[in-house]
Ligand binder design. Sequence first.
Ligand SMILES: NC(=O)c1ccc[n+]([C@@H]2O[C@H](COP(=O)([O-])OP(=O)(O)OC[C@H]3O[C@@H](n4cnc5c(N)ncnc54)[C@H](OP(=O)(O)O)[C@@H]3O)[C@@H](O)[C@H]2O)c1
Length: 330
Amino acid sequence: MRAIVQREFGGSDVLRVEEVPLPEPGEGLVRVRVAAAGVHAVDTDIRRGDGPPSMPKPQLPMTPGREVAGTVDAVGPGVDGALVGTRVVAHVGFRSGGYAEFTLAPAAALHSVPDRVTFPQAVAAIGTGRTAQLVLESVEIRPDDVVIIPGASGGLGSQLVQLALSVGATVIGLYGGEAKRVVVELLGIGERRAGGRLIALDANDDTWPLRLAGLLEGVQPSILIDGVGGSTGRAAVETLGRGARVVIIGWSSGEVVRLDSADIVERSLTVAVPLGRPITELRVLEARALAAVAEGRVDPPVDEYRLEDAAAAHDAIEQRRQWGKVVLIP
Ligand SMILES: NC(=O)c1ccc[n+]([C@@H]2O[C@H](COP(=O)([O-])OP(=O)(O)OC[C@H]3O[C@@H](n4cnc5c(N)ncnc54)[C@H](OP(=O)(O)O)[C@@H]3O)[C@@H](O)[C@H]2O)c1
């Protein structure tokens, strides 16, 4: 079978296609014929060999890929043979191996993919979608909320925009540069998302807070969900009204959003950082994320690359050309 094999840490050119033996499922494992594999910024950190301390440096050679969807092709000892032929999705964590035609996954990690959900959508739900559900758990979004979301064109931001619109909130989706505008604007289209109002603004244009103030006519955002940080996250904090809720979910810019006690006290902000949940809770969130797609509350935008173009997919993420959930199709 074909797989991406990484034999050294380094630039995207270390991701090469090789012909490798078909993996055999051991105790508790299934073999999945991969139809879609998720690509994440964390994969690029792992590839360079500089992931965060919480991330064990992998043994090389390795095949990257922690999010996989496809059809069960074989089962190992102790696994129900009835799984063969079923459509499944799994987050396989640091076991990795998703960038391949076939991979192994623990039977305990599988979810069945509902009929109305495509394999790339399932991949978008299993990791990024579960994080979006984690955000919803930490901040209840109501129809009268004004929610500001930096990085709205990204994998997580795009799903959060749709979820907030689906409850009828006003959503300000910030994006970086004209090329991403259409990605964000399309998030506001669709029958089930019609209840909310979407305002898409280019965060690269420093006048965006002024334009926002004009559009909101005196109303101020009541929720900030920030995965970008840096100057964009800080400018978003400045727009918040009294009693606003802030959820910090990441720092794609490289710098976590700056907030001091004066910000919190003067504007009665509450701050949540909902990261690092036990795996049992993550499974519940994964199921909710798949249900959100099956029910049409989320229709994740997906940027598809061929398996052999894994290096190009990593380049897009590292050069900030990514949009939606980046997925490899073997
Ligand atoms: N996906 C998950 O499962 C997950 C889980 C936990 C935490 N997070 C965190 O949530 C954040 C978003 O994750 P994601 O999966 O949506 O990532 P993503 O798909 O790579 O999107 C990140 C977005 O951030 C924006 N951005 C702004 N400044 C940037 C910069 N200097 N470099 C790169 N991107 C920049 C980009 O949009 P523009 O170019 O349009 O500004 C980009 O589309 C990240 O901080 C991530 O660590 C994600």
